[in-house]
Every structure is written in C-alpha cells, then in structure tokens.
Write a protein that binds this ligand. Sequence first.
Ligand code: AMP
Length: 172
Amino acid sequence: MDLKSKIRNVPDFPVKGIQFKDITTLLKDKDAYRYCIDQITQHCKSLKIDYIAGIEARGFVIGSPVAYNLNVGFLLIRKKGKLPADVERISYQLEYGENTLEIHRDSLKKGDRVMVIDDLLATGGTTLAVFELIEKLNGIVVGADFIIELEMLEGRKKLSGYEIFSLVKYNI
Ligand code: AMP
C-alpha cells in the first residue's frame, strides 16, 4: 500500500517552516485506514500488551481500533484540563512553547504493560513525556507505534531502549 500518496503535506502549518503531515486524507480512505490499523495490530500481537494508550487526538483515532482488535483496554492521554478525575500530569517543551498532558491516576496497576500510539513521531518529546507518565504510575512501557516517522528529527534515538514501530518514513 502506497501510504505516502494518501498523506497530504501542508506547508507552513501551524507555523512557517513546518511541513505538516495531514492524515485526514488517509483516514477517509477506508482501505488505507484499515491497512494502517491492521499493520499496527499485527506489530502489537507479537508483544505482550495489557493496554493501548492513545495520545489526544489523532492517537485516539488510531489507537482505539487497535485496542479493539487486540481485545485490550484503551487509556486516554489528554491535554490539560480535559480528564475529570484525579490525574498525573507532565509538562514538556515543544519547538514553540510548552505542552501539558494528563492521565487518570487510577489507569494502571503496577506491572501493567502499555503500548503508546500516536499518528506521528517527530522529535519524540511528546512520546517520551507519555512514557514518563506511564512509568510514574508504575506501568511498564513496551514502546510506541506510529503511522508516520520524520526520521531526520531522530525521535527514535530519544526513545532508545523501547520498541518503536512506524509505517511511513520521511527524510526531508
Ligand atoms: P514530537 O513531540 O516532536 O515527536 O511531535 C509529535 C506530535 O506533534 C504528534 O502528536 C504529532 O501529531 C505532532 N506533529 C509534530 N510534527 C508534525 C508534523 N510535521 N506534521 C503533523 N503533526 C506533527
């Protein structure tokens, strides 16, 4: 499946200089969407996983059908102020400014094995912050799965020691 042909590149979004990889064009294609979910499910099947954790918002669209396929539970990693009960929180630096992510504190019990899912791996800062959140709750991070990896930003290096999987790689 030629996934690159399904992904729209939007130059200078959300700020000048960023080549935004828009997956709405992939998601609306039923065959491409199914292919991505099937491939990521297949990758997860070879690993022992208790939960999929999806990062708001595109990580929900990819992660929840994978959790359904694997017959495991789904955890929501949300932006600040969205989760109603007691949360664990982490703030981290973005290229421009700061971001905060939260997870419900009672999401995990010690030793639960979690796979993180998002649409795209860039610098790896977001995923690393989510790994820290899960580890703060005494969960075991198995790794992270993505549709897209921007290889030139070397996010994979930042996440070394974990199982990292992606379906489409860009080098510029
Ligand atoms: P990072 O923390 O640098 O790995 O950035 C990853 C997060 O930012 C993911 O949630 C992506 O959805 C989003 N993101 C970063 N760069 C891009 C890009 N060029 N196109 C689309 N989304 C991006």
